[in-house]
Design a protein around this ligand. Structure first.
Ligand code: GLC
Length: 439
């Protein structure tokens, strides 16, 4: 009975090699449409910046906004591929500010920068260059100019969509007496991740975040960015794919349920299948069905309500390799289910695995689409710099992505390297500001 129920779940979340290959084709056709400026779920945003040479140098202020934490960093580049983070300030954005007005949000940011500078004795009367990582879909028109297209990840501050975020930040900085700060670059976290890694490793050509949200960017030939008129067509530019919004990955009833009650129905459909903000809830929906059909907790009514199960709980459960699943038992005890049997705990672990397995396969298909878009036969070597909590903390996630890439590309998968790029979204802001300053 339980096995049959789990088998049924497996089928719903199944992603065969053929499904992955089909997704790669769909993904590339959306990439092409996006680059041409036609309707597409992939925005394919030109960023007006290329990778670093490693020779950029100087001291910069880096801002990192993209989740509930906002960070300010003082970063020094030595001109020889070396980066040192000299100061770090972390600020928690109150929910009321995330969902209040844009003015409140940008004043919060400017106020935090002011505090950071005072604390670290950085004078406000000297000229300073700042890089701003703003991890949302922004339509850029220059390296330091861009309009927010839509909020994602539960942000909803009013008066920001449709406006230039650099202008909003400059105005707030002026209000705090920080006019000497020049915002030299605005960038997405994926771009920061790629450019920061490229500062030390010039072979890196893709930047990816598997975290609260998910997204990727890559180095594109300028002549292939057809929607960008007026460029001479030589060289490369990084394109922010905004892949979280890809709408053609296979979906089942749980995906649809989750989407319908989300803050942005119909949007970020791939993100809702693979990122940390949603994986826990998706699994909770599956678990609730297993409870309802008595395959879990003997069908006993347990209070397992929306938002109670998070992706970090999945990580904890899947990491439990003990014979009696003692960590799972402890977790269940903590949420008021102390009497779960060993079989229950095993079913719970398997449910998590089913959902995270599909996440890894969808991630691999998206990566494969990007790599083979740049190099259809994988003649060369490619490196993706990757950051984010799911990638860093979910047990076996990286291995499962690599296994799926092998399924898709056989031996040639050996040419694809996935390297960890911790904190790229932070230091990357400094490197992109430096690249922009030296352009
Ligand atoms: C969301 C944002 C995107 C960002 C990603 C990872 O998908 O829309 O801009 O890169 O989260 O933080």
């Amino acid at each position: 009975m339980k096995n049959a129920a789990l088998e049924n779940c497996r089928k719903k979340f199944d992603m065969t090699a053929a499904d992955m290959a089909a997704m790669v084709r769909e993904f590339q056709s959306e990439m092409e449409r996006g680059l041409e400026g036609r309707d597409s779920s992939l925005k394919m945003i030109p960023t007006f910046v290329d990778c670093a040479t490693g020779k950029e140098e100087g001291s910069y202020i880096a801002l990192d906004l993209g989740g509930t934490n906002f960070r300010v960093l003082g970063v020094r580049l030595d001109g020889r591929g070396g980066i040192s983070v000299e100061h770090v300030g972390k600020y928690v954005i109150p929910t009321a500010v995330m969902r209040g007005t844009g003015e409140q949000l940008f004043n919060f940011i400017a106020g935090s920068i002011k505090e950071f500078m005072t604390k670290n004795r950085i004078s406000a009367s000297d000229d300073r260059k700042l890089g701003f990582t703003f991890s949302f879909p922004v339509k850029q028109t220059a390296v330091a100019k861009g309009v927010l297209i839509t909020w994602t990840k539960d942000f909803s501050a009013s008066g920001v969509v449709g406006n230039d975020v650099v202008g909003l930040l400059s105005a707030a900085l002026a209000g705090y007496g920080l006019e000497k700060i020049e915002i030299a670059a605005l960038l997405n976290d994926t771009v920061g991740t790629l450019v920061a890694k490229s500062y030390e490793d010039p072979g890196c050509d893709v930047g990816v975040i598997f975290g609260t949200g998910t997204n990727a960017c890559y180095r594109e030939r300028i002549d292939r960015i057809r929607k960008l008129p007026g460029l001479d067509g030589k060289g490369h530019m990084i394109v922010n794919i905004e892949w979280g919004n890809f709408s053609k990955a296979p979906a089942n009833e749980y995906d649809r349920m989750l989407d319908q009650v989300s803050g942005n129905p119909g949007q970020q459909l791939m993100e809702k299948k693979i990122s940390g903000m949603y994986l826990g809830e998706l699994t909770r929906l599956l678990i609730s069905d297993l409870i309802a059909d008595k395959s879990l907790f003997a069908g006993e009514k347990v209070n397992f309500s929306r938002g109670q199960f998070e992706s970090q709980h999945m990580s904890l459960i899947e990491a439990d390799d003990s014979a009696d699943l003692s960590a799972v038992k402890l977790f269940l005890g903590g949420i008021g289910i102390p009497d779960a049997t060993l079989e229950d705990r095993a079913v719970l672990k398997e449910a998590c695995r089913i959902v995270s397995d599909r996440a890894a396969k969808i991630s691999a298909a998206a990566l494969s689409a990007v790599f083979t878009w740049m190099d259809p036969k994988l003649d060369g070597k490619h490196t993706a710099a990757i950051d984010g909590s799911v990638y860093e903390k979910h047990p076996g996630f990286r291995e499962r992505v690599l296994a799926a890439l092998k399924e898709l590309h056989g031996e040639k998968a050996g040419k694809l390297a996935l390297v960890s790029a911790k904190d790229g979204s932070g230091v990357g802001a400094a490197v992109v500001a430096a690249v922009a300053a030296s352009a």
